[in-house]
Design a protein around this ligand. Structure first.
Ligand SMILES: Cc1cc2nc3c(=O)[nH]c(=O)nc-3n(C[C@H](O)[C@H](O)[C@H](O)COP(=O)(O)OP(=O)(O)OC[C@H]3O[C@@H](n4cnc5c(N)ncnc54)[C@H](O)[C@@H]3O)c2cc1C
Length: 654
């Protein structure tokens, strides 16, 4: 059954008001009265949510339509609040698509409630939930890179690089330094220190799909950068070298020299260019609590190396996933992109590559669209695809190249988040986001396992993802935000997902927790993180499972662990900040997209220069690995292109 427009709007408006109804306030404080007393409708969040739905991914729009039909059949708008709450839970229990629809609407309503800011950069709920938000004040001096004004027409270059993130920036720099003419196309905007106000609602413009990309089944939230500098501008600066066991595996899969000094050299180069160090790493209260929990459970930890040059600023560092205001993050903006521009590369932003052009079986350039809809073509005999683990395979699929493995083998490092509430304030948004790691559980399930790392607390995510029992409990619980310590298990995936093209021609992500080893690692991560919180003195522990799996002090803790063990697989919710492997390098054109040096098996002149080229997941935060592989690919590309460019030019002009 599908519903007419009026019913659709009526039902979805009622869903918003069920998630965020007007409630009696527990005190007469005007801010508290406002927090509880105004519901979604009075705040205009029903209209803003409905207005945003057409911009969502195809599968999410469809799921929301199915939810509207399901609820309309059950006379949802006319039901009491209590009954509507029950019906929402019933829908979410029916199947994963309806659950995805509820999840998406919940995210949007709570993003508006707790995330939207007024002209002064604050939100009226923040004093009530104890969140200070990022401080106003001067940002570091701007370091804007010169970007070429978007212009319609045809460019000519030796090398066209698609994407300016961890991988693309390096290949662009090395190619330009080798004397090749380089054009970089970046879909995202150009932003720097002068632009960052660190407010999450504003920072979403720097994330792929505004930070709201869900796998088909809604079980995996995918986060990636989409801005000049890609993920390096908004990431948490954890720098870890590729583990030797992974390098050996990849060498055996056809990546020559990976296990030896040749690759050490690339790792060292990246390490130095990014100024990676441990001297400026400082533990915040969140990480100190994690270290307490680790130690109490008999686990070790290490101070994390980071690509940051300054010392700590507790008032600003916790908001660094919305851009570094201090200018100390050594993103590609300050390193390799600067090198590329200094060597003559041209950078065009807000320019989406649509297709790789192929002529006579070889790369011929890129067809792209500017933000205003104008078309642009870069003719180039060498094309570097570096649009990230999600968008690179989508570009190849749209271009009809890359062979049968394009989009397959997607690795995501599923991250499992467990939160503890403590008696004393933690303020997990205060201080450096990630500063310590434990490797002790990286092989807890055969060769796979997870890293233990802390993460910052962002009210939008916690409001959107914390289990929803009913509206009052949800709103009450958000008032505990300052007391939450938040840690995650970043798992080394054994199974894989897939990138495909949806009916809108956009990248979709298929992923399920259906690999037995991944399932065991996921459970183990929840159990161990819960044990650590318990040992560190938490008075309450909860997860991001769909069901409310929560332990409170005084309750049976072993019983809680058993409840985690009994949770159905569908109940798990993961996040991925690391998307890799979807255009993997390897020896076989059947199971890999590029050869062992990064050049496509089926179209010469097209190279993969980003995370999608990784043969599998490295099992550690991947930026350094991606960059070192990009250094290696760039070297091979420059060598090959120097001879190929002349042939490409004559082909283009003949
Ligand atoms: C919140 C967050 C925290 C993270 N923290 C860490 C960390 O602490 N340590 C770590 O090692 N890793 C971290 N990562 C991951 C790391 O940043 C990424 O793995 C890395 O940036 C990926 O590099 P890439 O070159 O593959 O793609 P990206 O850096 O994502 O760059 C791809 C670029 O291509 C652009 N693009 C996409 N499609 C097109 C198109 N069609 N045309 C033109 N341009 C296009 C995108 O806009 C993007 O800017 C984090 C990621 C996130 C999201």
């Amino acid at each position: 059954m599908s519903v007419d427009e009026a019913t659709y709007r009526q039902v979805l408006g009622a869903v918003c008001e069920t998630l965020l109804p007007a409630l009696d306030a527990p005190s007469a404080d005007p801010a508290v009265v406002d927090y509880y007393g105004r519901g979604a409708r009075e705040r205009g969040l029903d209209d803003s949510t409905l207005a945003a739905i057409p911009g969502l991914a195809h599968h999410v729009r469809e799921a929301i339509g199915e939810l509207a039909a399901f609820l309309a059949e059950r006379h949802f708008p006319a039901a009491t609040l209590e009954r509507r709450s029950v019906l929402l839970h019933l829908a979410a229990a029916q199947d994963m698509r309806l659950r995805l629809a509820v999840r998406q609407l919940k995210n949007m309503v709570f993003a508006g409630f707790i995330g939207a800011v007024d002209e002064s950069g604050t939100n009226p709920t923040w004093p009530v939930v104890g969140y200070p938000g990022p401080p106003p004040g001067p940002a570091a001096a701007a370091t804007a890179l010169p970007v070429v004004s978007p212009e319609v027409g045809t460019f000519q270059a030796d090398v066209c690089v698609v994407g300016s993130g961890a991988g693309g920036a390096i290949v662009a720099a090395r190619a330009a330094q080798a004397g090749l003419s380089v054009v970089v196309l970046e879909a995202g905007p150009s932003r720097d220190e002068a632009d960052f106000d660190q407010i999450d609602a504003h920072a979403s413009e720097m994330f792929l799909r505004g930070g709201s990309l869900w796998s088909d089944n809604g079980q995996m939230g995918v986060l990636a950068g989409s801005v000049l500098g890609g993920g390096t501008l908004i990431n948490s600066m954890v720098c870890l070298r590729t583990p030797m066991e992974i390098r050996e595996q990849w060498a055996a899969e056809g990546l020559e020299g990976l296990a030896g000094s040749a690759f050490d050299r690339h790792l060292d180069t990246v390490w130095q260019r990014l100024d990676v160090n441990t001297e400026s790493t400082v533990y915040n209260a969140n990480t100190r609590a994690m270290i307490t929990g680790l130690a109490a459970c008999g686990h070790s930890h290490e101070r994390l190396p980071r690509n940051s040059t300054a010392t700590d600023d507790p008032t600003r560092c916790g908001f660094c996933n919305a851009g570094c205001r201090l200018g100390c993050k050594r993103s590609t903006l300050h390193t390799y992109l600067q090198d590329a521009v200094d060597a003559g590369a041209q950078v065009i932003v807000e320019c989406r590559a649509d297709r790789v052009l192929v002529e006579e079986g070889r790369a011929a350039g890129v067809a792209a669209t500017l933000a205003g809809g104008e078309e642009l073509v870069v003719r180039a005999p060498v094309v570097v695809v570096a649009a990230g683990g999600i968008e690179s395979p989508a570009l190849l699929l749209r271009s009809g190249i890359g062979g049968p493995a394009v989009g397959k083998n997607l690795r995501l490092h599923p991250a499992w988040i467990v939160t503890g509430a403590y008696d004393q304030p933690i303020e997990a948004w205060s201080g450096q986001i990630q500063s310590a790691v434990s490797f002790d559980l990286t092989h807890c399930e055969s060769d796979n396992g997870f890293l233990v790392e802390s993460l910052t607390l962002n009210p939008l995510t916690w409001a959107g993802q914390s289990p929803f029992v009913d509206a009052r409990r949800h709103r009450d619980r958000l008032r505990g935000l300052p007391y939450f310590a938040t840690w995650h298990g970043v798992s080394h995936d054994h199974g894989s997902g897939e990138v495909y093209l949806d009916p809108d021609g956009k990248a979709g992500v298929r992923w399920a927790l259906d690999d037995e080893i991944d399932r065991r690692v996921a459970l183990r991560a929840h159990l161990e993180l819960a044990r650590m919180h318990h040992a560190a003195g938490a008075n309450e522990i909860f997860t991001f499972h769909w069901s409310d799996l929560r332990w409170r002090r005084g309750e049976d803790f072993e019983g809680y662990l058993n409840a985690l063990r009994a949770a159905p697989t569908d109940d798990y919710t993961a996040f991925s900040a690391h998307q890799m492997g979807s255009c993997r390098m390897g020896a076989s054109p059947e199971t890999s997209v590029a050869d062992g040096w990064g050049q496509l098996h089926d179209v010469r002149g097209v190279w993969i220069g980003d995370a999608s080229a990784l043969p599998s997941a490295p099992g550690v935060n991947p930026m350094i690995t991606i960059m070192a592989l990009a250094e290696r690919t760039a070297e091979a590309l420059v060598e090959t292109a120097r001879s190929g460019v002349a042939a490409g030019r004559s082909a283009a002009t003949s």
